[in-house]
Structures are given as C-alpha cells and as structure tokens.
Design a protein. Structure first.
Lengths: 114, 382
C-alpha cells in the first residue's frame, strides 16, 4: 500500500465551531461541515504526516474504532474533500505545507481576556 | 435545516460571533450623494492594530469577515490586511466601488482566496451613476473592474441601491449583472448618517413606489409567497430573537469601535482599550441587545407581522428605541401584504412624519431570487 499525504488547501475558509470544522471553498462557495473524527484528520493534514499515521495515532486513539475500518473511511473522506479542492492528496510529503493549528482554523486554547 | 442554518444555530448556541463587518477606513474616492459616512480620517487604526484585531477575531472564531469602507482599497495596506485575514482562514468578502481594481489587483484578490467581491453599481447609464458618485467616468471604471474580476473567475455581486435618481434603472443594472455573470442585489435602503443626520433619506424612494418591486418575480421569485399574509403569532415567535445583530454578528469601525451592526450605531466598546472577546461577552450594551425577545418589543409584540417582519433593531434604535418599531419595515410589511402594522395604525390615528418611510431591503441572487420570506421567526443571518 502506498502512503498518502494530505494537505489543507489555501483557498478555503475554516473555523472550528464546537469541535466540528466548518469549511467554505473560495472557489465555489460550497460549505462543508466535518464531524469530530473528520476534524481530527483535517487538523492533522500537514502534508508531512502519512494518512495511515494520522488514522492510527489520532483517529483510533481518540475514537473507539478498528484501524482497518477507520482507514477505509478516512480514505473515502480524503478523496471526497480532494474532489472539491479542499484537501490535496499526494504520494510524497509536501514541502510547503501549513504547519500550525491556526492555519487549520482550529479552536484556540482558552485564554483570559485582559 | 440547511447547513448554513445549522452553522448559525450552532454559533448562536456557543455565543460565537460568526460574522463581522469591518470597515477599514471611512475615506473614499467617491462622494455618493446618499452616503451615511463622514469621510475625514479621525484616526483610523494602523496596520499593526488591524492585524491584532484580526488575530482576536480569529480567536473568537469569527468565520465570515466582510471588509469594507469608505473605500477599503484607498488604504495602501489593504492587500496586506486581506492577505493576513486569509492566512487566519477567514471567509473574506470585499465591498468596494472597484475603481481602483485593475488587472493586477483582480489577480491578487483571486490569489488571496477572497470569496467574493461586492461592487456598488447605481445605474447602467453613466450620466446617472456618475451623478450619484460625483466622480466622472466612475461607471466605466467600475464596470471595467467587474469584467476584470469576472475574467479571473472571481464571484461578483452588483449591489444596486435604489433611490429616486435611479429608480428607473434597476432592470438596466440587472441586465448588466446577467451579462457579466454577476449576482444582482437590489437594496432600497438609504441609511441615516452615523451622527443621526437624516438629510440623506431624501434620496430614497417612497414606500408607495416599492409595490412594483415587491411584485416583480424577477426580484422576489414567488410573488404570492413573498406577499403572503403573516403567520399567526405563537410562543416560538414571541420568544424569538429579532435579528442576528449582537447575537452572531457585529460591526467594527476604522477607529476600533464595536457596534451590534453597521446599521445599529450603539457603541459597545473600543478595541484600542479592550480585547474583542471582552467586549463581545461582557459589553452591557450587547447584553441588553441579546436580552430582547419578540414579546419584549413595544408595539411590535402585539403586531400581526411579528413573525414575518424584517424589523431592523438598528433602525429602530435610530428612531429612538431599540425595542420599538422600525418604521420602514412597517411600511415594507404593509406594502408586501396590504395589512397595516400596529405602528402604522397608531401613526394613522395620530399622524406624524415617517422619517424612515423608504428604508427597506431586498436581497436577491439569481436564478432563484432570495428575499426575506414571511413565516420566518428566526433571526435573519446575512
């Protein structure tokens, strides 16, 4: 099985709303809502971590789901987002991939207002 | 429930300001006769201050960011600001007159991932448009920019403010929009000036003239549905929220002032002195706005239109009472349905000037035009 590397597209808006990611494509204004498991994959889509590792270390660790089943679902999810230009899929690590959670639209750590 | 409605409901439940309208400057390169702004710079925020505000908005989980003015592109740092906003993954919409947009600017807006550009077009006739903007050649430049934006694949909305001077031209502008592949939006709202001066309202059309627009299927889609009598008022309507302003949306001025909405000039705090989330969560003014339910509205709570009226609390505030009626929406409900509101009945009993009699709003997107519909007791999120 060849590895897959996934990278978030730059041409989207994204924000974590209560643990679920809302994503809108600038290209066609389609709006997507990701459930918690899909949100984990989105936030881990740094272009450097293999999808298999994301599924094994993040998805299976956080959700009680068998590895094979989780990977199959993750592949289908990745392909669907890729078809809408939301994620890019590569068989090689991506050099210019985003690195931080802010770029993924992740919810920030709680902080006190000054 | 559509995905967008789900998103709004979730934001409301979580107390998230999903949408922010941020005017980067009040300066402008046009002098539109109906404009409600003072175009002098009274100390607008610096690039660094705006970047800090954007960071705070991202932390607050704002998703939809509308950048506007004045004319936002007169700021030399406008593209830097847009780029920074996009790096924080906001959905960015730019409102502009577009006359500073050439090839390079159009390419940059597309490359930055701006989701759409809204451009004001007052008429298909240069003599009418240019007379309103008071800039000779402005229509030609604006339409040229729209063509450049569209040739790049950018989504464009043509916003057509309806006034006395261009009331015959809406079909002409709509034809231009269709030809350019842009969305057409008719907006009969002429807003009082920020300082409360209502002199600009003389440019608006009379309520009596709106009937033809409300009965035009090109604008409202299903006329019968749009003009249907209001639904009977029940507890869900009485407990409903009047509007999204202050609940899931707010407005920020170039000076860092936070308001519930661009049309609701109730100062709630200033970002030069306070953190955005501090204002959003704790401002007494925003807390008061959020406390208002349909049953709390004076006059309107007993009105048959309560469940379908597009009552604007900001315009009601400008009439003197944020819990009171906004007369232009009373007029709109009446023109739409033929049924007078409680406010109109009271005014007829004791006649007085209707200062805001021509302030209503229609928003439409082809091919099925989308207007505020009767029977919608939930906040209108736009």
């Amino acid at each position: 099985m060849s590895e897959k590397y996934i990278t978030r597209s730059h041409a989207v808006a994204a924000r974590d709303l209560g643990g679920e990611m809302m994503i809108m494509s600038a290209a066609d204004s389609n709006l997507f809502s990701l459930n918690e498991a899909a949100t984990v994959i989105w936030q881990a889509a740094d272009g450097r971590t293999p999808l298999s590792e994301i599924v094994a270390r993040r998805v299976c660790a956080e959700f009680d789901v068998p590895l094979e089943e989780a990977y199959r679902d993750a592949e289908a999810f990745v392909e669907e987002l890729s078809s809408h230009g939301i994620l890019r899929v590569s068989d090689q690590p991506v050099a210019d991939a985003p690195s931080d959670q802010a770029a993924a639209g992740a919810e920030p750590a709680p902080q006190e207002a000054p | 429930m559509s995905l967008m409605e789900e998103m709004n409901a979730r934001a409301l439940r979580l107390g998230v300001p999903l949408s922010v309208h941020f005017d980067l400057t009040y300066r402008c390169n046009e002098r539109c006769e109906h404009c409600y702004l003072d175009h002098d710079d009274h100390g607008e925020m610096t690039t660094a201050e705006i970047r800090e505000v954007l960071r705070q908005l991202a932390d607050a989980r704002v998703f939809f960011l509308t950048l506007s003015g004045g004319e936002a592109l007169v700021r030399r740092d406008c593209f830097e600001i847009i780029g920074y906003a996009r790096s924080l993954h906001f959905n960015v919409k730019l409102k502009t007159n577009a006359i500073l947009i050439g090839d390079e600017e159009a390419r940059r807006l597309l490359a930055l991932g701006v989701e759409q550009v809204q451009v004001s077009v007052y008429s298909h006739r240069a003599e009418v448009h240019d007379a309103i903007t008071q800039v000779r050649g402005s229509l030609e430049r604006t339409l040229g920019a729209i063509r450049l934006l569209r040739s790049q694949g950018m989504r464009v909305t043509m916003a057509n403010v309806l006034m006395r001077s261009n009331r015959e031209d809406s079909e002409g502008v709509r034809a231009l929009a269709l030809e350019a592949g842009a969305v057409y939006k008719l907006d009969p709202t002429v807003t009082p000036m920020m300082d409360g001066n209502t002199s600009v309202l003389r440019h608006g059309v009379d309520a009596s003239e709106l009937s033809s627009f409300f009965h035009n299927p090109n604008l409202v889609g299903d006329v019968e549905r749009f003009c249907a009598p209001p639904p009977s008022v029940d507890d869900s309507i009485r407990e409903g929220l009047p509007c999204s302003a202050g609940h899931t949306s707010c407005y920020i001025s170039p000076y860092g002032d936070v308001y519930p909405c661009v049309q609701f000039p109730l100062p709630c705090g200033n970002l030069r002195r306070q953190h955005f989330l501090d204002i959003w969560r704790n401002s007494p003014q925003l807390l008061e706005v959020r406390s208002i339910r349909g049953k709390d509205l004076t006059t309107c709570s007993s009105c048959a239109h309560l469940g379908s009226c597009t009552r604007c609390p900001g315009l009601a505030y400008q009439e003197g009472n944020m819990r009171g009626p906004s007369s232009q929406d009373c007029e709109k409900s009446f023109v739409r349905t033929g049924i007078p509101s409680e406010n109109l009945k009271a005014r007829r009993a004791a006649p007085q000037p209707l200062l805001f009699s021509h302030l209503v709003q229609i928003e439409s997107t082809p091919p099925v035009l989308n207007l505020p519909m009767a029977g919608n007791p939930v906040p209108s999120f736009h």
